[in-house]
Ligand binder design. Structure first.
Ligand code: SD4
Length: 325
């Protein structure tokens, strides 16, 4: 069996391509890395790689991590600027026994010394998003409200290959308008991602500050290891964390997860409307699903062609600079 699952509609093209490679014997780690690179390279996804939204100083700072569930190797980078494919650097760092998680200047130096491509990751479109946000905040005298924007888009991918290896990875520019140096859950093993080839893997997207409070990806794999099926593990982890946060803090941020088990079955859970994901495997071509909730359970249905058309249209429509109006 082989399978791939990714957060959000954005992982579709990468998963389609990588499923063919898994069929031809590619490893889970390679298939997952390739899927995430596709997303990092596409300029219209607002929260990953090239075209990602900047911090409050209009700088794009990227976080990414890689974990191999067969040997528990992991690598991660956080707060890095102008690295074309942060997932490739994270993956490379996983070959060491120490120095696996590098941040900022240290990670950039490692990327330079090891031949990773550097490019300016701030696009004109991302600059317009930034300027319009500043304009709206001023016009409405708004306090800066830091949360994942609607349709937020951190990519997290879990892969299973024909040999039973599981790998997972994440890549994100984090929260739009974050403080320079802010790091979310995405590069943090156990929170943004976790993989154990004997059990399964999980990855998360949403408000990193809240996802980290539940070490949610590890929690899902732990529940599976205890015998829960992958869907129940996802539902339980998200519902529990959501309830605990509401009890202790009176509010819970966006929490969404996807997971696979060692047989390629998948699970998904969310506490928001509008979470989408992509799954494909040996028995099924890649499909985009939309989640909804009923009685503390996350359910999903295949996205309609209208929804899919609209998704790309809203992401690629030319943007207007509001100040000029
Ligand atoms: C973060 N979890 O940096 C990320 C943001 C995210 O879709 O998932 N956006 O907190």
């Amino acid at each position: 069996m082989y399978a791939l699952i990714g957060t959000w509609r954005m992982s579709l093209e990468g998963i389609e391509k990588s499923l063919k490679d898994l069929e031809n014997g590619k490893s889970a780690a390679d298939a997952m890395t390739q899927t995430i690179k596709e997303v990092e390279d596409f300029p219209y996804f607002k929260s990953v790689g090239y075209g990602g939204l900047p911090n409050e100083n209009m700088e794009v700072e990227l976080d990414s991590a890689f974990m191999d569930g067969t040997n528990f190797n992991f690598g991660a980078v956080a707060g890095v600027k102008n690295i074309k494919n942060p997932i490739a650097v994270a993956r490379d760092l996983s070959k060491f026994d120490a120095n696996n998680f590098l941040v900022g200047a240290g990670a950039e130096k490692y990327a330079d010394q090891n031949g990773f491509e550097r490019v300016n990751m701030l696009t004109d479109r991302a600059k317009i998003h930034y300027k319009n946000r500043i304009y709206q905040e001023k016009k409405l005298a708004m306090e800066r409200d830091l949360k994942p924007y609607i349709g937020h888009d951190t990519v997290g991918v879990c892969a299973l290959d024909k040999d039973g290896n599981i790998a997972c990875g994440t890549s994100t520019s984090g929260l739009f308008m974050k403080k320079p140096g802010r790091v979310g859950d995405s590069p943090v093993i156990g929170s943004g991602l976790y993989a154990d080839s004997e059990v399964g893997a999980a990855t998360a997207t949403g408000l990193g500050e809240d996802l980290m409070k539940g070490c949610i990806s590890y929690e899902i794999v732990r529940l599976m290891k205890e015998g829960k099926n992958v869907q129940d593990a996802c539902d339980q982890a998200v519902n529990n964390l959501d309830k605990i946060l509401k009890k202790k803090r009176a509010k819970s941020g966006d929490l969404s997860v996807v997971a696979i088990d060692k047989d390629g079955n998948f699970g998904v859970a969310t506490n928001i409307d509008g979470f989408s994901f992509v799954y494909g495997g040996e028995n099924q071509e890649a499909k985009v699903y939309l989640c909804y909730r009923e009685n503390d359970k996350t359910l999903y249905k295949e996205a309609s062609s209208d929804w899919l058309d609209d998704y790309m249209k809203t992401r690629t429509t030319p943007l207007k600079l509001l100040e000029e109006e």
